[in-house]
Design a binder for this molecule. Structure first.
Ligand code: 5AD
Ligand code: FES
Length: 355
């Protein structure tokens, strides 16, 4: 641990659980490197005490880049006509999921744009087939769908669902998501919770118009959800979007968000995201040392990877799944950490199951 002198009054209040938005916003600001070091050290210690030294690996299958939405920041937005679109067939998705299991990943994450082509029954069938053939947890990340779809997938065996709030500020949310509703987003998160999914959420850090106070409130939102898993990445401007000329989110701000998330949600999983690794070659390692305990190695077949271009210069687009497996193992070992075994359910959710 860092010397107590470096622990600012704001950090002391966070550690004591008696803090306000101003404390969080103050800790998110650029300032004193010693203050950052104390924040990261405190988060690293809480991570070690609550979720241990092992890092959970989630094999990510990006199975379709078709999307019906027009989120201003995202390269998959329907209005980006320059992007070549693809859909993996159900058999291919199952195969990719089983390949992830064969690589030793305890979780398969199935992600796509909001693609209505995959009817709810089709997704349910894919989940069932993967769960029947491999001892893995299945996480879905398919955006907003009717509650019945979420219910059907839960019955089919899906364990978790990822749906980022992106920003908890209503006005900013409305600006960035034409035709979407903040309240509907909240309703989806509520439905997932009620259906007893482990719920992952998260925030895009550094969006145009986003203030440190908004980010501080995002942290409170994630705490109060409460999120079983949190993914935080820097906004990276995509040339095929209206935000092409906007400034990118900054890695230090994301790392401070990672650290504060760990302090506010000690028993949740926090991801060292691919976007962080894309913005900074050591971004994921830095996150793992500032409170994170999960990584999401890509298992999408190489032919499709470059087309899942949510943001430019995404890492791992030239790699095969086996390569990312070895790369991640080396990165984790370089930090003196280990790879977790088992499904890696969220401790907070496991506790809630012991009625
Ligand atoms: N930069 C970084 N992350 C992005 N996402 C979407 N567009 C971008 C971008 N330009 C993130 C969103 C979404 C996740 C799948 O990708 O947070 O939830
Ligand atoms: Fe894919 Fe490093 S994790 S190349």
């Amino acid at each position: 641990m860092s010397p107590p002198s470096a622990v600012s009054p704001a950090l002391q209040r966070v550690l004591a659980g008696d803090y306000g938005v101003d404390d969080l916003a103050g800790l998110l600001a650029d300032g004193d490197p010693e203050r950052d070091a104390a924040l990261f050290a405190a988060a690293n210690q809480v991570r070690a005490e609550h979720v241990g030294d092992s890092v959970h690996l989630r094999g990510l299958v990006e199975f379709s880049n078709h999307c019906g939405r027009t989120c201003q920041y995202c390269g998959l937005r329907a209005a980006n006509k320059a992007l070549q679109r693809y859909r993996m067939q159900p058999d291919e998705i199952v195969e990719a999921g089983l390949r992830a299991a064969a690589l030793g990943y305890g979780t398969v994450v199935l992600q796509s744009g909001e693609d209505a082509w995959y009817r709810a029954e089709v997704i349910a069938g894919i989940v069932q087939r993967i769960k029947a053939q491999a001892d893995v947890a299945v996480t879905l990340c398919l955006g907003e769908r009717p509650r019945e779809d979420y219910a059907l997938w839960r019955e089919a065996g899906a364990d978790r669902y990822l749906l980022r709030i992106e920003t908890s500020n209503r006005e900013l949310y409305a600006q960035l998501h034409p035709g979407m509703s903040f309240d509907h987003r909240l309703a989806c998160l509520g439905a997932l919770r009620e259906l007893d999914y482990q719920v992952g959420s998260g925030v895009l850090v550094g969006l145009p118009g986003q203030t440190l106070e908004m980010l501080a409130r995002d942290l409170l939102f994630l705490r109060d959800l409460p999120a079983d898993m949190v993914g935080l990445g820097p906004f990276i401007p995509h040339p095929g979007t209206p935000l092409a000329q906007a400034e990118a989110g900054r890695v230090p701000t994301v790392l401070r968000m990672v650290a504060l998330t760990r302090l506010l949600l000690p028993d949740s999983h926090v991801v060292a995201t691919t976007a962080l690794g894309s913005a900074d070659p050591l971004g994921r390692e830095k996150a793992l040392q500032a409170g994170a305990n999960v990584m999401m190695p890509n298992v999408t077949p190489r032919a499709f990877r470059a087309l899942y271009e949510i943001y430019p210069d995404k890492i791992c687009t030239d790699e095969e799944p086996e390569h990312c497996r070895g790369c991640m193992a080396a990165r984790i070992a370089s930090l003196g950490r280990t790879i977790a075994t088992g499904h890696g359910d969220a401790p907070r959710w496991l506790h809630s199951q012991r009625h």
